[in-house]
Design a protein around this ligand. Structure first.
Ligand code: SAM
Length: 269
């Protein structure tokens, strides 16, 4: 990770002080401060995107790096904390700020945007699931997670971390790890380490609706230690007619097999 740039931390504290603000723990405000890391993160986007939607810009640290790296992209910011409105308007004049809960706000007007967000840990899972539901509309996303959650998202079959989250996300996106981040690059320092993940929509897209796959995966993982037939029985389907042997644990079933299974369930339900 290299040396941590404490100069950026001093700037961040000074900015808050100047506006008479303090980080709000309830809103999960842990600001990422080293400029070198902010730059590395935004460079991960690659080819210049026409539009970027940043979720939870906070004081605009990542946002400034985005603006510097992609001066011609339109930049939409969704931030829940109204206290940051003035700072964001001053620091990132050439952007559109939408105040509110990004989990509830409409994303559809920003179809085609690259999504990026360093969100509090309790928001990052619902956020990524919302993104995956609409992955056909958004070519890529970059989100921060608690390290254990990142490991669950990336997990492969036959591992302890493999579960609903891994299947639902990998069924619609290609996931890759950008970097691990120690808690020391955030201020205030959180109790856990982080992992930054990048998601690209699958090409070709999986055409099975999220809502058709979700109940099947949830039922299959209901009793992790038992064969998945126990959980799948709750769906009221003729299990003996399934396209492959279901007397296995859910954690042994690959993502393509789950998709096949859900496609079949759709035809017999
Ligand atoms: N992106 C900044 C950074 O990297 O330093 C801030 C990160 S801080 C962990 C998370 C930010 O997300 C805070 O500014 C917080 O107010 C905002 N936030 C939390 N929940 C949100 C939500 N549901 N919708 C939009 N913003 C949210």
């Amino acid at each position: 990770m290299g040396r941590i740039d404490m100069g950026s931390l001093a700037d961040l504290k000074a900015l808050l002080h100047q506006h008479g603000l303090a980080p709000c723990r309830a809103k999960g405000q842990n600001f990422l401060f080293p400029e070198s890391i902010q730059r590395r993160i935004v460079q991960q986007i690659g080819a210049v995107p026409p539009m970027i939607l940043e979720i939870g810009p906070g004081l605009g640290g990542l946002t400034q790096a985005l603006r510097a790296e992609y001066p011609d992209s339109s930049l939409i910011l969704m931030e829940k904390d109204v206290r940051f409105a003035e700072i964001l308007a001053q620091r990132i004049p050439n952007s559109t700020l939408i105040l509110g809960d990004a989990l509830a706000l409409d994303w559809m007007p920003y179809e085609g945007a690259t999504l990026i967000g360093n969100l509090p840990y309790n928001v990052s899972v619902p956020l990524v699931l919302r993104y995956v539901r609409h992955a056909d509309l958004f070519p890529q996303a970059i989100f921060m997670f608690q390290r254990e959650v990142g490991q669950r998202i990336m997990a492969l079959p036959k591992s302890k971390a493999y579960g609903r989250l891994s299947v639902m996300i990998q069924a619609y996106t290609k996931v890759s790890k950008v970097m691990d981040l120690p808690s020391s690059v955030f201020w205030p320092k959180p109790a856990v380490d982080s992992m930054l993940l990048q998601f690209h929509r699958l090409d070709p897209m999986n055409t099975l609706a999220f809502s058709d796959l979700e109940p099947v995966v949830a039922a299959a993982f209901q009793h992790r230690r038992k064969m998945m037939t126990y959980g799948l029985a709750s769906l009221g389907i003729p299990l003996e007619e399934a396209p492959f042997q279901l007397r296995v644990r859910a954690e042994e079933v690959s993502v393509p097999e789950f998709i096949r299974l859900a496609q079949w369930v759709k035809t017999v339900r």
